[in-house]
Design a protein around this ligand. Structure first.
Ligand code: FAD
Length: 566
């Protein structure tokens, strides 16, 4: 009986494996067919014209990371060609950032892993927690070999970190300090337009807690100078009325917070407007040699291997508008959460997966003009709690939240699509099988700012993918197995505030400095290196391309087009 059962199970497994194999082969061939139909015309050629002082660089991706790198390179005399599928810069993840510029970093550790996992398993969730921050589309995720590989490393780093993980986090904190200072210099340069354009706000932040205070803390204010190596932001704990004295907009909340961490020096600005402004400077300043190729999407690539040092080299990028002859140029992949899809064309695995976030913006002027609310009723700085992050960026009140694993679509998740899949059918009660994430996001925003209810209901919700690196450490530097390839992505929820710093590192590497030279700036630049993390994996990347299939390309294009038009 048992033997027959085992035989039947193995037959079924072989059959399922066979069907999966045939289907993946078919899907891969379809992808190849689309790639072979790309236009053969030459869109750009570098013709080996770089000199020691003026290098040629192709940047893939026009988000805050790509544009800031272009700006840094061009202001130092290099020639840049930037490829971006949308018709404007900064319209993907960079258009969704809350804008926080704190000198601290969220890290991948046991606590984060448990929080993520608990929220995916409803029976393990805290019953008192009303709001669900993490979401997952089980089907899209667990059937994607890329997600499985990514999550293995995420789990390993969280639960069984390597002995140097804490060191890497420390070095990233030192780098964050350096990178944020670089941004502050630009924001605080007299007569520069940037602070006004990007809604720079140096009013600090308040992180609210609704948990009852332990007795010994209920009467004292704890001065908490930046210490313990976890943050460089000075802060103090405030309680009771002091919170609403600092931030009167909170008075409207039905249940008042018990305490708040007041980071009185932290800053914020709009990543989207910052990106647009830098792109404008690159375009309008005749001294900056930057060519923007918008509506241009990298869909395939050619590489060769040198017989001298056995290093590979990117020779051609194939786009929907024609080929880019790379010549002697360096290639920087700065495509945020899309980096793995681009490096797959080079046969490389890049450990970044999209963690989708939701954002909405409300105009303060409009609120004040159409209601009886006063300026003091509106948030004046970063106001956050465990799961929602609101910032005041000039006229803009920006509300952000949600962490969702559901592939690469930038549309908000419609009802019924989420939490589906085989695993879910087995594990989840009916009530959890579908949820309207966008509705949940609006509901929570209204709980925090009930005075803005009418505006929150009507605001357009945008989605962006945090480029989440599986070990939580920024990916920044040269890919050692290539002679002309660099990557700048991640680490997840704080890439905007690092953009000036990461652009500076890219500039230094392209100008010929080594990671040892760069480390003299006060952090270990080796810590962020793609070495040992961006891996040669030609078979695996083909498998992923087959799984992603043609629909993902078409789906993504549709996303971009719909959002660009709206
Ligand atoms: C809700 C939310 C809140 C956040 N809050 C903060 C915060 O407070 N502070 C902070 O520092 N960070 C924050 N972040 C993170 C920050 O937004 C990102 O780290 C940053 O915007 C990433 O920038 P990027 O340029 O790498 O990626 P993106 O902005 O996504 O840009 C990548 C670009 O690559 C392009 N691209 C994709 N495919 C291709 C292709 N095939 N060919 C060419 N180009 C391609 C895309 O069109 C896109 O324009 C937040 C993110 C979210 C979602």
């Amino acid at each position: 009986m048992t033997t027959r059962l085992l035989q039947n199970i193995s037959k079924a497994a072989v059959l399922a494996g066979g069907i999966a194999g045939v289907s993946l082969t078919y899907r891969y061939q379809e992808v190849k067919k689309v790639q072979s139909n790309l236009p053969k015309t030459e869109l750009w050629s570098f013709k080996n014209s770089s000199t020691k002082d003026k290098k040629n660089v192709v940047i893939i991706g026009g988000g805050v990371v790509g544009i800031t790198s272009a700006y840094k390179l061009a202001t130092n005399g290099h020639k840049v060609v930037l490829l971006e599928p949308r018709s404007q810069p900064g319209k993907e993840c960079s258009a969704c950032a809350a804008g926080g510029m704190q000198k601290s970093n969220p890290v991948v550790d046991r606590g984060t892993w448990i929080a993520v996992t608990k929220s995916f398993l409803p029976f393990a969730r805290d019953k008192h927690e009303q709001y669900k921050f993490f979401h997952i589309d089980w089907f899209k995720s667990v059937t994607d070999p890329f997600f499985l590989r990514w999550s293995l490393k995420f789990t390993k780093t969280s639960l069984f970190p390597d002995s140097n993980q804490e060191y890497l986090q420390q070095e990233m904190l030192k780098f964050t300090d350096y990178a944020v200072d670089d941004m502050i210099i630009l924001m605080e340069t007299k007569r520069d337009l940037m602070p006004k354009v990007s809604g720079y706000n140096p009013n600090g932040s308040l992180s609210l807690s609704y948990d009852p205070l332990p007795k010994e803390e209920s009467t004292i204010k704890v001065n908490n100078p930046a210490a313990a190596g976890k943050t460089y932001e000075p802060s103090r704990q405030i309680i009771g009325k002091d919170i609403t004295v600092q931030e009167p907009s909170i008075l409207h909340q039905k249940i008042q917070p018990q305490s708040a961490k007041h980071e009185y020096k932290s800053r914020a600005a709009s990543s989207e407007r910052f990106t647009e402004e830098l792109a404008r400077r690159c375009e309008e300043d005749p001294n900056l040699d930057v060519t923007f190729l918008y509506n241009t999407r990298v869909e395939d690539a050619n590489t060769t291997t040198s017989s001298d040092d056995e290093k590979c080299r990117v020779t051609k990028l194939l786009t929907n508008r024609g080929g880019i002859d790379v010549g002697d140029a360096e290639v920087l992949v700065a495509a945020g959460a899309w980096c793995p899809k681009i490096t797959a064309h080079f046969g490389l695995y890049c450990p970044v997966y999209p963690l989708k976030g939701y954002a909405m913006s409300i105009s303060a002027k409009q609120v004040l003009a159409s209601t009886s609310l006063k300026e003091s009723d509106l948030p004046s700085r970063i106001v956050s709690d465990k799961y929602m992050y609101t910032s005041r960026l000039g006229d803009e009140i920006r509300i952000t939240s949600i962490g969702e694993f559901s592939g690469w679509s930038t549309q908000s998740t419609p009802e019924g699509e989420l939490d589906r899949g085989l695993l879910c059918q087995l594990l989840l009660p009916c009530s959890h099988r579908s949820s309207l994430v966008e509705q949940e996001f609006r509901r929570e925003a209204i709980r925090q700012f009930p005075q803005l209810k009418a505006f929150i209901k009507d605001a357009k919700v945008k989605c962006g993918h945090r480029p989440y690196v599986s070990d939580g450490i920024l990916l920044l530097g040269r890919v050692p197995s290539f002679s002309n390839l660099l990557v700048s992505a991640g680490p997840g929820s704080n890439g905007w505030k690092l953009a000036m710093g990461s652009g500076e590192i890219i500039l230094k590497l392209i100008s010929g400095l080594t990671e040892d030279d760069i480390s003299k700036l006060g952090f270990d630049a080796h810590s962020f290196s793609p070495a040992g993390r961006v891996l040669h994996a030609p078979l695996f990347t083909k498998l992923c391309q087959a799984r992603w299939g043609v629909e993902e390309y078409v789906g993504e294009k549709k996303d971009s087009i719909t959002e660009d038009l709206s």
